[in-house]
Design a protein around this ligand. Structure first.
Ligand SMILES: NC(=O)C1=CN([C@@H]2O[C@H](COP(=O)(O)OP(=O)(O)OC[C@H]3O[C@@H](n4cnc5c(N)ncnc54)[C@H](OP(=O)(O)O)[C@@H]3O)[C@@H](O)[C@H]2O)C=CC1
Ligand SMILES: CC(C)CCC[C@@H](C)[C@H]1CC=C2C3=C(CC[C@@]21C)[C@@]1(C)CC[C@H](O)C[C@@H]1CC3
Length: 579
């Protein structure tokens, strides 16, 4: 209760007291609750007293608690006027007495009747008293329910009450320290592995020599401008109004985003342009000569892009942020990415960068290496061509089934930050092309009888990868499709079903299995003399084992007990009978 000394007038002080008490939270500790309940009882006394004086002092406050005071007061005023001038004085007295009685006693109807002693026995006064009783009864009920609400509310501490709900921070990649290290280690790896893969000196154990003038060796303005032109060219192709427009998965913030899927067309246009450039003797092989300068352009661009993405993520609505990259730790969030689907006009940046400049750039680099090898030796090296062909098939497949990427965790779950920007723009083109680069640098060749089983292995891997992905995609799009008849399924709490038979009954990630078999076959084209060209399958194994565990966690959350049952049924994660 506020101190009366502080109040300018008693009525205002009482009204303020009522308002303050009412605004107190109902969810305090039990000790506080008892106090609050007692305070309420007193407050009601005050309200009733106020009501008798209301003709001269009225609250004008709009707060809910004060509005209640006002309503109560107005009823008293009505009572008075109904009674007429002669009856007014006694009515006021009765009002005070009546209400004080039920408030202080916490009273019953009988008690009220006993305490109300009519001064005059006129019927008018009797009706006024009756009205007053009804009013008392109404307020008592209201009080009761308020007190009950206080008692029933679950207990919360003061700090819990003040703070908005804090979500538990869940870190991946060993948290902020891991993210910090990766921001430096990933670019270093791209440089180191490629520098280790040089003519006559292809070993990870021999530390590559740095050129005297590092800046001149790694940075070139013209190359950087060509790299930017490459990104602009791919962006232009991506926004061309050709190809299907597909809706993405439902967003947590509601609605679905639309994506233009013309990746395969962009890929064909790019390869035809490259073919024309070779045909017209454009110096395309300069890209290989200036390989490290292009790499630096890609690294610098991915850093710049990630910084822009990070800064701009603070300007967008919070609903557009990813749940994973919003821990509040700047380094970690920069690495993972804060905004889920950043867009510039019709261009969805994450979708674009994951599939276009880096992925298509990888194949362009491969083919330029084939041309360079031919220019240097006068022959078309079969194993280089085979590895390049396998990788072209892989990228063509990704772009043909471009919309399938809309269901991956990168698009649905992760924000767009350094990890994906760097992965898409520097890691994929400059490390995934390592086998063709090794073959170009080393000039190593293999006889056809070695290439035939390698080709067979690649097609086995591709068949597992493609059939398993297609089976799942078809199942998600059209679960009743006759092609899926006879495949056992499992209902889940989310309403979706899980495939338990077919490819998805063999192991939990048959598509990863196929992908890894393909990765191995690409490296087999380089023979067994060096470990460097095996970087891709080794790294990919680590990536997919980690990715399977991340997806497993997400599926557990999405599908609950059904996912556990699926895991019991299908024991192996990636390699049947092994892992
Ligand atoms: N070359 C590279 O660098 C990389 C290649 N990849 C390849 O990209 C492709 C996509 O990979 P990714 O997105 O990681 O994983 P998946 O294509 O395996 O997609 C995982 C999702 O599929 C659904 N799913 C899982 N199990 C079942 C089941 N039994 N029945 C029905 N639905 C199921 C779940 O989503 P829901 O239930 O919500 O539908 C799950 O979250 C893969 O082929 C992978 O090999 C991936 C990463 C890197
Ligand atoms: C360097 C980091 C530690 C990891 C970077 C990861 C990225 C390179 C990959 C994350 C998911 C990817 C996918 C593909 C390429 C590699 C990245 C971007 C595909 C587009 C490859 C082709 C497949 O058919 C679909 C893949 C989706 C995921």
């Amino acid at each position: 209760m506020p101190s009366p000394k502080k109040s300018k007038s008693p009525a205002r002080a009482r009204t303020r007291a009522r308002s303050k008490s009412a605004s107190r939270s109902r969810s305090r500790s039990s000790g506080r609750k008892t106090k609050a309940t007692a305070a309420k009882v007193t407050e009601v006394k005050e309200v009733v007293r106020t009501s008798s004086r209301i003709p001269t002092r009225r609250s004008t406050s709009k707060s809910p608690s004060r509005v209640r005071v006002k309503e109560s007061s107005e009823k008293s005023v009505v009572t008075q006027s109904a009674g007429g001038a002669a009856a007014a004085a006694s009515t006021v007295t009765e009002t005070v007495v009546t209400r004080r009685t039920y408030v202080s006693s916490g009273s019953s109807e009988g008690q009220q009747k006993a305490s109300v002693t009519p001064v005059r026995s006129s019927s008018r006064i009797a009706s006024l008293i009756e009205k007053e009783r009804e009013e008392s009864s109404r307020i008592r009920e209201q009080m009761k329910s308020e007190v009950m609400a206080n008692i029933k509310t679950p207990e919360k501490s003061d700090s819990e009450e003040r703070k908005p709900k804090e979500k538990a921070v869940h870190y991946e990649f060993m948290g902020p320290i891991g993210a910090f290290l990766l921001i430096f280690l990933l670019p270093l790896t791209v440089y180191y592995v490629n520098m280790a893969c040089r003519k006559g000196n292809c070993s990870v154990l021999v530390i590559p020599k740095l050129p005297r003038n590092i800046v001149a060796a790694f940075l070139d303005v013209e190359v950087t401008l060509i790299f930017l032109a490459w990104i602009a060219f791919q962006a232009l192709l991506a926004v061309l109004p050709i190809g299907r427009v597909v809706e993405g998965q439902p967003l947590k913030s509601g609605g679905r985003l639309k994506y233009r899927c013309n990746g395969f067309i962009a890929f064909v246009i790019t390869l035809l342009t490259l073919g024309a450039a070779v045909y017209f003797k454009c110096p395309v092989t300069l890209v290989v000569d200036k390989f490290f300068k292009y790499m630096t352009a890609a690294v610098l661009f991915s850093f710049t892009l990630s910084i822009c993405l990070y800064v701009s993520s603070f300007l967008v609505n919070k609903k557009k942020l990813a749940s994973t990259g919003t821990t509040g730790n700047h380094i970690y969030d920069f690495f993972i990415g804060r905004e889920l689907n950043p867009r510039i006009g019709p261009l969805d940046l994450k979708f674009f960068f994951e599939l276009r400049p880096g992925l298509i750039g990888w194949v362009v680099l491969d083919w330029i290496m084939v041309v360079k090898a031919y220019q240097e030796t006068g022959v078309w090296p079969p194993n280089l061509i085979l590895a390049t062909f396998f990788q072209t098939l892989y990228v063509a497949d990704a772009l043909w089934f471009e919309d399938a990427i809309l269901t991956t965790m990168d698009i649905i779950h992760d924000g767009f930050g350094f990890m994906l920007a760097f992965g898409d723009l520097a890691w994929v083109p400059f490390l995934y092309s390592l086998q063709p680069r090794f073959l170009l640098e080393s000039g190593f060749t293999l006889p056809w009888y070695c290439l035939a089983p390698i080709a067979l292995l690649n097609f086995v891997g591709f068949a597992i990868f493609r059939m398993s992905n297609s089976q799942k995609n078809l199942f998600r799009k059209d679960p009743k499709n006759p092609a899926l008849a006879g495949i056992e399924t499992l209902p889940t709490q989310s309403g979706k079903k899980l495939l338990v038979g077919g490819w998805w009954g063999l192991c939990r990630k048959p598509n990863y299995l196929g992908d890894l078999i393909m990765a191995l076959s690409w490296s087999l084209c380089t023979g067994f003399h060096h470990i460097i060209p095996y970087f891709y399958p080794l790294y990919f194994l680590v990536l997919l084992v980690h990715r399977e565990r991340r997806d497993n966690e997400q599926c557990q959350q999405k599908h609950g007990a059904a996912w556990d049952r699926y895991c019991e049924r299908v024991k192996y994660r990636i390699f049947p009978y092994i892992y």
